[in-house]
Structures are given as C-alpha cells and as structure tokens.
Write a protein that binds this ligand. Sequence first.
Ligand code: HMG
Ligand code: MG
Length: 290
Amino acid sequence: MSLGQCEIFEVGPRDGLQNEPGEIALEDKIALIDCLSRAGFRRMEVGSFVSAKKVPQMAGSGDVLDRIARQAGLRYAALTPNMRGFTDARAAGADEVAVFASASEGFSRANINASIDESLDRFVPILEEARHIDVPVRGYVSCVVVCPYDGVVTPAQVACVADRLFAMGCYEISLGDTTGAGTPDSIARMLLAVRDVVPVGRLAGHYHDTNRRALENIDASLSLGLRVFDAAIGGLGGCPFAPGSSGNVATEAVAAHLAALGYDTGLDATILAEAAQMALALRAAAAATP
Ligand code: HMG
Ligand code: MG
C-alpha cells in the first residue's frame, strides 16, 4: 500500500562536489548531472554563485548550467549568497535559487562572513527581485542541531531563522544538520519548534550522514509530517566550513528506504545506481589529482 509521495531534492552536484578536494572536470560534472536528470527528480541543485576563492569547486557553475541537457519538468537550482550571485545565477539560467543562513553565529561568520542578521538583510533584495521576476527562492538554515564553532543550537534558534526566511518569501525551508550530529530525538525537538512557525508542508530535511543516523532522522521527520528530503548521490560531499562533516545522506539509500516504507518518490533505482557509480568514480578521480 502506498503511503503517498515523498520528494528527494538532489543536492549532490552542489553540496557533494563543493567539498571534493581535487579537481573535477566540467565534463564529468555535466555527465553526472545529465545522468541524474533522467532519474525522475523534480528539483536538483547543480551549482553555487559564491566566491571562487572560498569554494573553488563551484567556480564553473555558469558553464554547468549552460551545458547540461535540461530535462523538462526538472528545476535546476543554484545557491546565491548575495545579489551578485542571484544576478549571475539568473543570467546562467538557474530556474530557482537558494539563500542560505545559519541558526548559529559562529557558522554564519565562517561560511559567509556575516552575522545572521547581516545575512538576512542581504537576502531581502534577492527575495524582492525574485518575486518581481517570478523566480522561486528556497531558504536553508544550517546547523539546526550543533554548530562546529558554537556547540549545541537550540530549537528556538532554528525556529527564529526559519520563521524569518519564510516571512521574507522563501517558498520552502530546508533544515540542515550540517555536522550530522542530529539524532531522532534532537531532530524531532527541532522540528516541533519549527513546525510552530512554518507549515510542515514547506519544510525539508537536509541531513548529513556523519554519524550514520540520517535515515533514522528521516524516519523521525516523516512521523512529524515532512515529505521532502535533500540527499546527495553516492553520499558525496560535506561542507568546507564545517570541519569533519561528511556527505549528505546518499540519494540511492534514501530512495530505497522510502520505497521500502511504502512512499512513492518517482525515482528510477537503476538510473540512481548508475549515477552513484559515476559519483564514486568522480570522487576517486578527484582524490587522485595532485
Ligand atoms: P565576503 O568575504 O564577505 O566579502 O564574501 P566580499 O563581498 O567582499 O567578497 C569576497 C570576494 O568574493 C571578492 O572577490 C568578491 O568579488 C567575491 P576578491 O575581490 O577577493 O577577488 N564575491 C563573489 N564571487 C562570486 N560570486 C558572488 C560573489 N560575492 C562576492 N556572488 C561571500 C561573502 C558570501 C561571497 C563569501 O563568504 C562566500 O562566497 N562564501 C562561500 C559560502 C559557501 O558557498 N558555503 C558552502 C555552501 S553552504 C552549505 O554547504 C550548507 C548547506 O548545504 C546546508 C547545510 O548543510 O547546513 C546549504
Ligand atoms: Mg549541506
């Protein structure tokens, strides 16, 4: 019996590849995205318009967007930290963008060199312009359980930032367990607080699998009503500004888990397996480059 639909938002080509230490050829990124594009996703994050000095792996995001074979019905997304990033992402053809804030001051400073308040102020003009030209904007909140710089983050801190992003017009709030420290209990406490201020149908779980608890955290989230989860093919990645954090939970594992529970993701397991192989080969090749 089907329990209904669950969506996986693929973030591997962005959150995954941004953290690979070696060089990744543009052709390899494009081949991975083109393979993923055939798997049945509705949304996929494929790049970031950020400082190339801070995140060198995302430097070619404009070329990526220009050269991928676009699949009808699939929205290609990019991270945009400021107005310049938004303008560049739109010029490159991003269908939607994401702004990204942190629930903790330490990570906000390390990641985007701004306090939480400063970062939210920067997002206001992006949201205004996006509304004007009808571009969907997603909002991330990082460090929803633990910050690598400030330690434990309270559910109230997360709810406050999620509320502000939603109020400024983000259509969905993705809740990032950046360090992968979350447990079903801490994730549930955080979600109960956030659910009070943002409708649960507008929330997504973005769980890194550092402690191998992401699938359990997804189960806790499902029982509280979430139906959208971010994941990275092959479990690629991590965050360059969260030392020790490993990749997002692997897309193919989440898809298999949701299917076993009875949810419909609309994803093709054979193509996911092919893409996961490509992701792992790409990681191995990057690691081998000097
Ligand atoms: P800044 O240092 O405050 O200052 O950067 P700036 O505005 O003076 O810019 C510094 C340099 O970046 C300058 O270049 C700018 O031109 C350039 P320079 O003069 O040094 O050659 N610059 C840009 N270049 C390209 N595109 C732009 C842009 N803006 C400025 N849009 C800034 C602030 C946010 C730009 C910087 O700190 C930055 O790029 N940070 C990278 C943040 C990032 O991408 N982090 C990883 C993604 S977040 C994440 O992974 C978490 C998430 O997955 C959820 C979760 O897991 O929790 C989303
Ligand atoms: Mg992440």
